[in-house]
Design a protein around this ligand. Structure first.
Ligand code: ARG
Length: 342
């Protein structure tokens, strides 16, 4: 049987995809769970994956690489899409594409698969990333070929004799990793409706925030954050602690109507306390360490950089050129920034 590597979240959609790819398409499916900060426990992943018919389930914790090689360079570049979205999902996709391709090579697989539908940005990011890194790999996207409702998926699995206990259906479509959380669909599709409180998970609403402000200090070395409260921390701890702190103070919420790259508008709620605190501090430090002309040029570059990440062009020559410029600008962006959270 030809082998296929599937990007596996452990949710209903990608679990159904395992069964569909093996039963209807005749692949040996290896399910690859890439944890960039949206974690399901390993036992659940393995149980579900194997029950659905995967030959094995691989789990990778890539949070540190994700921050070091994707999120932090985007921070140094000042990349924020449409002045609002710190690009958490968009930054994780190229890393996932890379790991799919590498795993395919290690396992002698002929194909890779992802669970994206035909309506979003993520399909484009996966497709471009995979095709750039290995144009010979076949890409299969089950949810793009036939879109099943939740009930139809459960029904399909049941007919195949696969019984899995699912979490109750949420009201929104959520994606999260350590750089941020996104929430879309459901009642949010009407832009006139205020987001219900349960749409937010990482951040307190203002009336629940502490009344006493808190001062924090973040240290950067050449544009990369290295310390919090003068203590050197690894990226996962630093960002994790800032998410906690910022979230407690209600920092990092956004309610945004965004332009998807396939040309439709979509309402998105974002929560990214650490990313927002880090972007604000980084910009403040740049205001001291870059000249007026550097700052202006950097602003153009930031926008271009954000668009290329959003559009899935991480592995491109254009990115290499922009990154070279950004790294050069960061040679003096070292020092500490004090913030008062309130
Ligand atoms: N709109 C954001 C983006 O395109 C978030 C997408 C979240 N994905 C999802 N499957 N819910 O990057």
């Amino acid at each position: 049987m030809p082998k296929l590597i599937l990007a596996y979240s452990g949710g209903l959609d990608t679990t159904t995809a395992i069964t569909w790819l093996s039963e209807e398409r005749g692949y040996e499916v290896i399910a690859l769970n890439i944890n960039a900060g949206m974690s399901r426990d390993q036992d659940t992943l393995e149980e579900r994956g194997i029950a659905a018919g995967a030959s094995k389930v691989l789990v990778m914790d890539v949070r540190e690489d994700f921050l070091r090689y994707f999120a932090f360079p985007a921070l140094a570049a000042g990349a924020i899409y449409q002045s609002t979205y710190p690009l958490a999902t968009a930054l994780a996709r190229p890393l996932m594409a890379k790991l799919l391709v590498e795993t395919a090579h290690n396992e002698n697989a002929v194909a890779v698969a992802h669970g994206c539908t035909g309506k979003g940005n993520d399909q484009v990011r996966f497709d471009i990333g995979i095709q750039t890194l290995d144009p010979d790999l076949k890409i299969v996207a089950p949810a793009r070929e036939q879109s099943l409702s939740r009930e139809e998926e459960i029904d399909y699995l049941q007919k195949k004799g696969i019984a899995i206990e699912w979490e109750p259906k949420g009201s929104f479509s959520i994606d999260e990793n350590i750089w941020g959380r996104s929430c879309e669909a459901g009642v949010l599709e009407d832009p006139w409706i205020e987001p219900p409180e349960e749409a937010w998970e990482w951040t307190n609403s203002v009336d629940k925030t502490p009344t006493k402000p808190k001062e924090i200090e973040i240290t950067f070395e050449r544009g990369i954050p290295t310390k919090l409260q003068r203590k050197t921390l690894d990226p996962v701890d630093l960002v994790g602690q800032l998410n906690e702190l910022g979230g407690t103070y209600g920092i990092g919420r956004a309610d945004h109507v965004e332009d998807r790259l396939i040309g439709i508008k979509s309402r998105e709620l974002y929560e990214a306390p650490a990313a927002v605190l880090l972007h604000i501090s980084h910009r403040a430090l740049e205001s001291l360490t870059l000249s007026r002309r550097q700052l202006r040029m950097k602003q153009y570059v930031s926008e271009e950089y954000a668009d290329l990440i959003y559009d899935g062009h991480w592995f491109s020559r254009h990115h290499q050129d922009l990154a070279t410029y950004v790294i050069s600008t960061q040679r003096n962006v070292s020092g500490s920034v004090r913030l008062k959270l309130h």
